[in-house]
Design a protein around this ligand. Sequence first.
Ligand code: 4AD
Ligand code: MG
Length: 461
Amino acid sequence: MIKRTKINDLLRFDTAVDEVVVKGWVRTKRDSKGFSFIEVNDGSCLKNIQIIAESSLNNYDDITRLTTGSAVAISGKLAESPGGGQKWEIQAKDIQIISIASEDYPLQKKRHSDEFLRTIAHLRPRTNKYSAAFRIRSELSYAIHKFFRDRGFRYVHTPIITGSDCEGAGELFRVTTLDMENAPRIDGQVDFTEDFFGKEAGLTVSGQLSGEMFALALGDIYTFGPTFRAENSNTSRHAAEFWMVEPEMAFCDLEGDMDVAEEMLKYLANFVQENCAEDIELFAKFVDKELLNTINNVISSDFIRLPYEEAVEILENSKEKFEYEVSYGKDLQSEHERYLTEKHFKKPVIVFNYPREIKPFYMRQNDDDRTVAAMDILVPRIGEIIGGSQREERLDKLEARMQEMGLPSEDYWWYLDSRRFGSVPHSGFGLGFERMLMFLTGISNIRDVIPFPRTPNNIEF
Ligand code: 4AD
Ligand code: MG
């Protein structure tokens, strides 16, 4: 195989090179007297490299017929570009045409709408905006592993197929091999003992419960994987398939939990700014003019830590017209979350100690008997980006709460066992990976940070 240089590396060279090989796709071509200029992009960075193809090349006729989107392999000399605008250009010695793109290539030179590009998700990553977004997605994944590994956390693969609805919201996608038309039934009810696993199964809504088992053995762990929720809310912040980062720390209380979460958000924001500067710049220029200020505000400010009760008071006393009413005992809506972080405090806010009625069974009960040790982190433009809690480590309290909520303890016998054999205070949280990407790029619809988004009525590609 001929070796290939990535444009991203090439543009950083500080001396000319006699022989480089670039493989990529034609962005534009301009024919002049005796030669053609071809702009080629290989997806390694935003910038194209300019190729000079002289008419003396033996396949020059074919080269003049190259269309936008065509695939080419160029070998030639990397030389200083006299034209200005770019430092280097390639004076081609050989251009191999790998394939010619059909004339109806849908990506034109003009800017396309996000809505249109979603309909051609298979070509979307060839555009500047989306190639940048997905390079950032890749870097952010790496940063997550690096953050935790540097701090001694172990990476645990929790199952994707599961029998338990961790959040208790009934949003599980069912996994079955039963014949839908002819399901075995007992008294009219589907008999899942005949199903593949011998009981009802679904796609995971969170790796947390399994993660807890490993924190109570390895100390500090994290999971990072796909998560599925069949919530039929067609919002710009919810996807049916998304990725979640879920650390779980043994011997850690709610305050420690908030400390790790705050440190992680700052680290990730900083990492992406340092390692994806050029791609981030594109978003700061064309998508959200305030982007750099918003990101720097997260990096440099101490997050506000505010009990839920005080958050409700602030919202009740605000002059803001909300669509949904606020009162103690109700969940905060995204308009409330955004008011707190964007208008009232103008920085990230951690709301903690929520009423227990609106939170899942596993959260630790506070001494006041009406709140649990939960925390949500709210950031400008997104609202909730992280949800976490200290877990109920006391067996009697956990069992009582499960009974109150009508959860069958038989199904959770293994979870309860962890409170029997060396239970310790422990805490964790979940970061919505796509929401973090939205935050870092200014992209306002979750569909546009996911390579092939899954949302209600949408599973093309
Ligand atoms: O607040 P959530 O539901 O918390 C949990 O699942 C806990 N088990 C996490 C834990 O403590 N280990 O979800 C965590 C985060 C949310 O704050 C949000 O950022 C994201 O996951 N999220 C979604 N992102 C995209 N689409 C959806 N449908 C999402 N639902 C939650
Ligand atoms: Mg939540």
